[in-house]
Design a protein around this ligand. Structure first.
Ligand code: FAD
Length: 365
């Protein structure tokens, strides 16, 4: 069987690490991803403050594929014909498959407006935008003695970006060091109670101006630099795949992470819509799906891609129970919580950092 992994997201990276298992079972594995490396979003904002370097935050997807004897195609998928089982790539090449797994992630909901002359605009995703943002902030500090940055959207990404951008700015001690964080919700990252109080206190302490309950278009916010962090949506390219999609445009999958349209296509992470229980768009779920996808793809391959039911090596995915949420709030501080448990301040960052680095070591070594 020829198994194609589309995208090098958080779930596929583990399948690539275990790629030799497919080969030993007699299957051929192919990875299609535009870049040979995958930037880990959990550590992305730390790139801004300088806690992490670019080397720290990338996962070597193509190298893992090669080590597993898999083929790596550096390209972007633009459409899929599921009846012919053929993918069309941006280069014009085609790739056929017996089984296909989609781990294509998500993209910024609001695109970069092109009518803001003289101002630099960045989006929270893809994560490489944060490298470019760092370079621009450093340039402003070097050439103009600082800058004003407005982050629009105070979900987890916007909150982390604002706090870490402020730390980077303050390292230069420039004359202008202003960071504004705008949110249509009253509270940052939808936090409540003591968690909300802690984060709002922290933002005030590091002098990030938080404007809650304000839905503002980019043209109306102040600043030399604007970061759009208004939320994530499934990749628009999925509309060119003849697969059943949820209303938000993600691939509808059953409890085995199989497409509702065909047994030969699986989808995981942000690009999938888990019918049984819609999930938050967080990397945590994509990681939790690793072993389930591995088992179910293997079981499907063993049966020649035909219907595989419970008990034949397949595992249903279960999203029950709270997940560990963690924020890097800059200046060595963080917030971690799960259910009713909360940890904040320096200890929270230390724990989050350890978890993130351990995750990376698994693939980087
Ligand atoms: C700044 C920021 C910080 C975040 N911090 C956290 C955090 O701390 N914890 C957490 O749980 N979540 C966090 N998130 C959310 C997290 O980024 C996503 O939920 C997570 O990345 C989803 O993982 P994924 O495996 O589905 O896809 P991704 O990690 O986005 O991977 C998608 C892959 O698909 C590839 N791809 C895309 N389109 C194509 C195509 N057409 N053809 C081929 N390949 C393609 C991409 O190149 C990439 O390799 C954060 C998000 C942002 C923006």
């Amino acid at each position: 069987m020829h198994i194609v992994l589309a995208g090098a997201g958080h779930t596929h990276i583990e399948l690539l690490r275990r790629g030799s298992e497919f080969r030993r079972a007699g299957h051929a594995l192919t990875l299609i991803s535009p870049e040979p490396y995958h930037a880990y979003s959990g550590m992305g904002p730390g790139l801004l403050s300088g806690i992490y370097s670019e080397v720290d935050i990338v996962l070597p997807a193509a190298a893992l594929a090669r080590r597993a004897g898999a083929r790596y195609i550096p390209d972007r998928i633009v459409s899929c014909d599921t009846s012919a089982r053929v993918l069309t790539l941006a280069s014009g090449a085609v790739c056929d498959y017996d089984l296909l797994s989609l781990n294509l992630g998500s993209e910024s909901m609001d695109k970069r407006p092109d009518d803001l002359p003289g101002r630099r605009v960045y989006t929270a995703k893809p994560i490489r935008e944060l490298s470019a943002l760092r370079v621009e902030i450093e340039r402003c500090c070097r050439d103009h003695d600082g800058c004003e940055i407005s982050v629009i959207g105070a979900g987890a990404a916007g909150l982390e970006i604002a706090a870490n951008a402020k730390e980077l700015l303050s390292n230069f001690r420039p004359q202008r060091s202003v960071v504004n964080l705008f949110s249509s919700n009253a509270a940052p990252a939808g936090l409540t109670g003591g968690r909300r109080e802690y984060v709002e206190r922290h933002l005030a302490r590091i002098a990030v101006a938080f404007f809650g309950g304000m839905k503002v278009p980019p043209a109306e916010v102040p600043g030399d630099i604007i970061v759009i962090a208004t939320g994530l949506q499934p990749p628009q390219v999925l509309r060119n795949f003849d697969l059943a999609l949820a209303p938000d445009g993600s691939v509808l999958v059953d409890r085995y992470l199989r497409s509702r349209s065909t047994n030969r296509v699986f989808a995981v992470g942000d690009c999938a819509y888990f019918e049984e229980q819609p999930l938050d768009r967080v990397g945590v779920y994509a990681v939790r799906q690793q072993s389930v996808l591995m088992a179910n793809l293997m079981a499907a391959a063993k049966r020649g891609g035909t219907q595989v039911e419970a008990g034949s090596g397949t595992i249903p995915f279960s999203a029950t129970g709270p997940y560990l949420a963690g924020f890097n709030l800059g200046y060595g501080c963080g917030l971690l919580y799960k259910g009713s448990w909360t940890l904040s301040g320096r200890p929270a960052f230390v724990v989050k950092d350890r978890i993130d680095r351990a995750f990376m070591r698994r693939y980087q070594k």
